[in-house]
Design a protein around this ligand. Sequence first.
Ligand code: FAD
Ligand code: NAI
Length: 467
Amino acid sequence: MADFDFDVLVIGSGPGGYVAAIRAAQLGLKTACAESRETLGGTCLNVGCIPSKAMLHASELFAEASSGALAKFGIDIAGASLNLDQMHAEKAKAVKELTGGIEFLFKKNKVEWLKGRAAFESANSVKVGDRSVTAKNIIIATGSSVTPLAGVSVDNEAHVIVDSTGALTLPKVPGHLVVIGGGVIGLELGSVWLRLGAKVTVVEYLDEILPGMDGEIRKESAKIFKKQGFTIRTGTKVTGASTANGKATLTVEPAKGGPAESIEADVVLVSIGRKPNTDGLALDKAGLTVNAKGQVDTDHDFRTSVPGIWAIGDVITGPMLAHKAEDEGVACAENIAGHTGIVNHAVIPSVVYTHPEIAGVGLTEEQAREASTEIKVGKFPFMANSRAKTNRDTDGFVKIIADAKSDRVLGVWIISSLAGNLIAEACIAMEFGATSEDIAYTSHAHPTHAEAVKEAAMAVQGKPIHI
Ligand code: FAD
Ligand code: NAI
């Protein structure tokens, strides 16, 4: 090892990179992590998962307090008002605590933070700022950034056409927010500003919002969002945008062709997806190239085509999710240390943190029908779940898709205020190859929303109790 400065150098300190660095250090490897941001934690902690969930939580509390929704529980709150600066301040505090927490964990585990932008000099050598370091193993964990939309220029400082980072820090509630893209970011951040008083229009190119999710879930979600006050324009494309006097004018037209029209907005959020970060990394100096999607290709063990160089997280193929990046970080570090690190990519849950939440794992009904000769589907509505009824929280359902012959669970989809937590049970079940019967005969505490998962499993056999 004397030949190298480090056993492992991780480039990027997002959930993929920082987790890989900590695990590598735990396994006794001399580890460094290069990060160009001022704080550790990547997109997720600084401008992604954490600040967005802070705003979702706070805006939900505001909506509950100000809408009169609590009156039916005998709670009269008169004159609730919004202090947006304080809401932003509390969010910033959570971000600071969590990014500082990673710095603490780096110190505790003796991971050296190399501050600055990293670029390859060769397959074993990387320049970070002015310093050149060598490492036996290098993990590329550089994450992703916003996909730009031609003709629509983002300027987060001007607060008119913004990306997710700008939409997390708007200084005032827009009168009209137009969201381009009916995906996860558009619906989460659209929900924040809708709850705080904005009129929100979502413009989605495809015929349905939330691509990749189960068809029935997509339809039901759109119904719920419309009921909440979202205007959702599917099958519509944005062809350009201009700004004047602190407002924006978007030109839109039907995706399949037709007359153009204009939409006026106080703020436009561009959220049409994210792209892998490899610019400025000088991958060519390491002998690496990117694929047609701009991703670094790896094998199942996260090895790239160059020995000693590995890649994980948003910069490689698969869903762009923090927990997927974390799982890959652990597995990659374990593989480097000579252990067997595995990620089961068939069981990665996804959650949209709106109200209600929308969660899924495994195959959609459409994919299952295509992949399996015969399937069975069990569904259970929260309208028939005693705890949801008690809480006056009955939107949504649980849907379990199982193979008709083996009864093995192929996919689980949930719309519920607690879907993000409920889906964990489905992940465990699928990881252990459970059948729907296994779930149906597992005791679930009463009264809980989780009983709806058990009842949906009973419904796969056609025998739910409460419907
Ligand atoms: P990143 O977190 O993007 O981290 C990469 C890091 O590498 C960055 O800090 C970057 O500065 C650094 N870097 C890049 N290039 C270099 C270089 N050359 N030198 C040094 N450093 C470099 N996912 C979820 O699972 N749940 C959520 O609730 C969720 N919410 C989100 C909300 C928003 C608004 C956004 C934008 C994303 C959200 N995501 C969520 C997605 C999640 O943030 C990403 O999937 C996750 O951060 C990917 O982790 P990563 O480690 O691959 O990369
Ligand atoms: P997305 O891929 O979820 O949604 C983008 C949407 O924009 C799609 O519905 C797509 O059809 C639409 N679109 C594309 N081009 C368009 C155009 N020209 N006009 C109109 N619509 C167009 O991407 P999003 O929301 O930007 O999020 C990026 C990534 O961040 C996601 O892949 C997600 O994995 C991750 N993320 C995860 C979260 C979570 O786990 N809760 C929260 C936020 C982001």
